[in-house]
Design a protein around this ligand. Structure first.
Ligand SMILES: [Zn+2]
Length: 289
């Protein structure tokens, strides 16, 4: 074979590979695009960094917050749990039973889950059920051993905190959840009730998990609205905060602070202070406007 023929063959092979890649990549890109069109909303709320001078803030020590949890709206809604931010076997969380059931959940999510669940029944005419909520280290270890591809190792699962729920509709669980009206409603509207789809399609590289339409995670307002509107993950949301700076998001002021003292606005209608499992805290207030 002469050199120019060999070169032509090599070039043709490269061209074929490129064409094949383009053909196979396209449907994947479209599928992710469809997902966003179907399940996320158009960005409607922004995030505006505020000048610290424009706010009237008071210094409150973390100890003071711990000593007066109700006064400062102390809760655990903003805990980040993933491969790099684990929880320990000895860590305990604020877990209570949902209404008069035997389903344990984090105290932070009970009230909004109740509203969400009622809205699902109202819109779809059928119930949303909880398959899995709080998991112990032993239970997570068992799941991880059974299916290390899908389940997180113990310590790396949000289920330890009681902030995540695996939900389903009658006869529609797992990936099939999306084929049910309840599954579709949950994807589209969970943010209105403080929940996010924690492992969205197309974000596998960031979350370490494939798309899980059934795994909903509570973060509360305005976080769920911003995350859903801007099509980002909880990890990406955390990265948008410069420490100790206040941001206006919707009608809320939000800041991520390192402590040991927190700077809290003097006046507000509602407040939430939550640790974030990275050593810092989220302070969220609803403006008096
Ligand atoms: Zn889950």
């Amino acid at each position: 074979m002469n050199w120019s023929l060999r070169k032509t063959i090599i070039l043709l092979s490269i061209l074929l590979v490129v064409i094949a890649l383009l053909i196979f990549r396209q449907p994947l890109a479209e599928a992710a695009g469809d997902f966003y069109e179907r399940y996320f909303r158009k960005p409607s709320i922004g995030m505006e960094a505020l000048d610290s001078g424009s706010l009237s803030l008071k210094e409150v020590s973390i100890d003071e917050v711990y000593a007066n949890p109700d006064l400062f709206g102390f809760n655990e809604s903003m805990l980040l749990v993933n491969k790099t931010n684990k929880v320990g076997k000895e860590d305990s969380f604020d877990i209570i039973y949902y209404k008069d059931t035997d389903v344990p959940m984090n105290r932070a999510i009970v009230s909004d889950y109740s509203k969400f669940s009622a809205a699902v029944l109202d819109a779809c005419g059928e119930k949303m059920f909880v398959m899995s909520s709080v998991r112990s280290f032993e239970e997570q270890d068992q799941l991880f051993k059974e299916d290390p591809e899908v389940a997180a190792p113990p310590g790396e699962s949000e289920h330890h905190t009681g902030l995540a729920l695996d939900v389903y509709a009658y006869q529609f669980a797992g990936p099939g959840f999306l084929d049910s009206p309840v599954g579709k409603f949950v994807q589209k509207n969970c943010a209105d009730f403080g929940f996010i789809i924690r492992y969205p399609e197309g974000k596998e590289g960031l979350t370490g998990f494939s798309y899980e339409p059934w795994h909903i995670r509570y973060v509360g307002f305005p976080h769920s609205l911003y995350i859903s509107d801007h099509r980002i993950t909880l990890e990406e949301y955390f990265d948008r905060f410069e420490f100790d700076r206040y941001y206006r998001i919707d009608s809320y002021l939000v800041s991520r602070q390192e402590g040991p003292s927190l700077w809290i606005p003097e006046n507000y209608d509602w407040i939430s202070v939550s640790p974030d499992n990275t050593g810092s805290f989220f302070v969220t207030i609803k403006d008096t406007l």
